[in-house]
Design a protein. Sequence first.
Length: 329
Amino acid sequence: MTSDTCMLVRRFLRIAPDQIEQNGERLDRVLARLLPEFSRGHLQGWIESGQVLVDGRPYRSRDRVFGGESICIEAKLIPLDGPRPQAIDLDIVYEDAHLLVINKPAGLVVHPAAGNPDGTLQNALLHHDPSLAALPRAGIVHRLDKETTGLMVVARTLEAHCALVEQLRQRRVHREYLALAQGMLIGGGRIDAPIGRHPTQRTRMAVVPHGRPAITHYRVLESLPGHTLLAVQLETGRTHQIRVHLAHIRRPLVGDQSYGARPSPPRGASSELVRALQHFPRQALHAIRLGLVHPQRGIEMQWEVPLAADLAALLDLLRRETARGMADP
């Protein structure tokens, strides 16, 4: 694709004070957080070439913003040297000319980053459809953590990409997760707690006083020995939100190496269940349902996928413990 035939990107947004993680933050970092659909390279290039205006004036990438500024982007989307196509199997749930819906397995990183230069979903998408190289992050509009399984949507045109990103911003994309939490919850609830970078462990997120607003809704689906199966819906989409919020209420996800507690098998558990809980290799989180308005047809669509096999097997073990009459702790 040449610069003469590249796609034109237009974005207009206002930076809210609560979108700044500290008292003054670099423009490129703020835009990378607010516009995750575009690579850091694209955003920095647009800033330095004057295609990003802040309150009507060009800024440098390192210039600080404090909240309240208006951002205008009119830029050409020129493909950068990026991930190479790789023949990685994809579980495609739905596909048409405008979008793809993928059932992501555990262990698959969504796009290249430090420590994961290839072997990602983005590499797989570029092999499946080379034309996705013209789109930001090969059409990926939202992410799942490496070890989280389930449904993701990918745009196949720039128009679909813009429409899906806008639906996400307006909270019109329905995403429901199944989560296996340690400990007992007796009813549904709402967790309203701001999330930002952990103050000392920068690779983790945490509930912090000056974090970005984050709201999670959950309801109890099933009470199991020492554990609770939850249906979870996100009102906001912060990094690691479900994991951080459940840990915050002291009901961390089973298998969560970053935010969880040590495995806690219930009293009287069989040796098989004890081993399964102690060695479950990932956070027990699965994106089971996805609903959105089709970006071209304008109709509501919804998809659902079965639980990942490892999580389904763990739930079966817990249910067998219930069936044999083991008392809850």
